[in-house]
Each structure stands twice: as structure tokens, then as C-alpha cells.
Write a protein that binds this ligand. Structure first.
Ligand code: URA
Length: 232
């Protein structure tokens, strides 16, 4: 692999910044200064340091974000701040994107990655991975709503599979589990039973729960065990 790609894929800096670093003499391969960004290195055998710090290559990254309201689930946007901006400089070299979308006003668990196959597996309705949301409604949920959610719902553009509505001690505060993630799905399902969603937060994907210690707007890298919880 090219030296500049190896360093940028490690998340250290962007490709153009990496080129400058290499040309400035800050990069050593096996202890020797290298000034050619296109030098080929063996990612399993060579040791690369930048300013004395060893760089470890990671092809894919998986981040848990506690999404705050006010950010769009996109990589670029003309008008709004994007969720990928929240990953910070450390992950600049990766082409991160959000796994599925949360509305601009929705908060909570969002995974950012650069692994397209993984993202597909999480999002695909065929994989039946349930996403759980906490919602505050404008009215109290009724027991008959539970049945409506359970039956699934037919919309013009898609059919929502059987969903789970759980009413908490406060009847206008509910948990909703859905197997898909269509545009405004939770809000549309609630509307179908005559309720508006006033507040929405995703709390889990599969068995992976939002880390309660993760502040809004902050990311943390997922461990392999945590990634497996999504599918487990
Ligand atoms: N359903 C919605 O209506 N909005 C979201 O952000 C996610 C699911």
C-alpha cells in the first residue's frame, strides 16, 4: 500500500495533509526518513511513525455517536451541520458516513462507519435488526395502539413490519421497536394511531444500547463485542 494512503487510512490526517507531513520529513519507515508519498510499504511488516508516534492502519472504523438534535444524518449539507463533523480530527482520514438516518430533531444512537457492507447489513429490513426508540407523545398512548403496532402498517411507499409499542408509567412516554428505518417511520406510525411525536431518541440497535455515559455530540469507538451485539 502507498505510504500516504496507509497514514491517511489510519485516521491521522487527510491525504493532502499527509503528503505535506511526508515531504517535511516527519515520517519514518522502519526508522528511516521517507519523503516519497508514493513509496510502497508492507502494512503487516513495516513500522511507520509520524513525529515519533507509531501509526497503526485500520481499514474500517465503527463509531457510536450520541446524536444531538440539530445535525443532519449526512456527510455534507449546504445548510446544516452534519453528524460526520462530530467524529473530529482523529477520524478525518476515513470516509465516514452514518449507518441509516435519524431526523434532524431526533437524538441518540447513531453508528458512523466507512464499512459499506456492514452498514447494509444493519439497515436492510431483510436482516430484521430491531431499532428501539424512546418517544414522548402529545397524548397518552392507549392499549389498542399496541395491537395496531403489532399488526404492522401499510403506507403508500412501504409496509412496516410488526412493531413493538411499550407504554411506560407515564402513558405519553413510550418505547417503539421497528425492524426498518424508513423516512419518518416512527412519527408516521404514531400519527396513524392519532399521536404526534414531540421528542424522539434512539436507544438501541439490535442488542447494542446507547452508552449512558456518552454525552450528546460525542463519539466512541465500538469494540468487536459491541459491534456483534448489533447482530446478536
Ligand atoms: N423514525 C422517525 O420518525 N424519525 C427518526 O429519526 C427515526 C425513526
Amino acid at each position: 500500500m502507498r505510504l500516504d494512503r496507509y497514514i491517511s487510512n489510519s485516521g491521522y490526517a487527510t491525504r493532502s495533509e499527509v503528503k505535506k507531513l511526508i515531504r517535511s520529513g516527519a515520517v519514518l519507515v522502519n526508522g528511516k526518513t521517507v519523503k516519497a508519498p508514493d513509496m510502497h510499504i508492507d502494512e503487516n511488516a513495516d513500522t511507520v511513525t509520524v513525529g515519533g508516534k507509531e501509526i497503526r492502519y485500520k481499514k474500517y472504523v465503527y463509531l457510536m455517536l450520541n446524536k444531538p438534535a440539530g445535525y443532519v444524518s449526512a456527510t455534507e449539507d449546504k445548510h446544516y451541520k452534519t453528524v460526520t463533523e462530530l467524529a473530529g480530527d482523529e477520524y478525518k482520514g476515513y470516509d465516514l458516513f452514518p449507518v441509516g438516518r435519524l431526523d434532524i430533531d431526533t437524538e441518540g444512537l447513531l453508528v458512523l462507519t466507512n464499512d459499506g457492507a456492514f452498514a447494509h447489513n444493519v439497515i436492510s429490513p431483510k436482516k430484521n435488526i430491531y431499532k428501539k426508540y424512546f418517544a414522548v407523545l402529545d397524548k397518552d398512548a392507549e392499549d389498542k395502539d399496541i395491537e395496531e403496532f403489532k399488526k404492522g402498517m401499510i403506507f403508500d411507499d412501504f409496509t412496516a413490519k410488526s412493531a413493538v409499542l411499550t407504554i411506560t408509567g407515564k402513558r405519553n412516554e413510550v418505547y417503539i421497536e421497528i425492524a426498518e428505518g424508513k423516512f419518518h417511520q416512527v412519527k408516521r406510525m404514531c400519527k396513524r394511531v392519532g399521536k404526534e411525536v414531540l421528542y424522539l431518541k434512539r436507544v438501541s440497535i439490535g442488542s447494542l444500547e446507547l452508552d449512558k455515559d456518552l454525552e450528546p455530540g460525542v463519539v466512541k469507538e465500538l469494540t468487536e463485542d459491541e459491534i456483534n451485539l448489533i447482530f446478536g
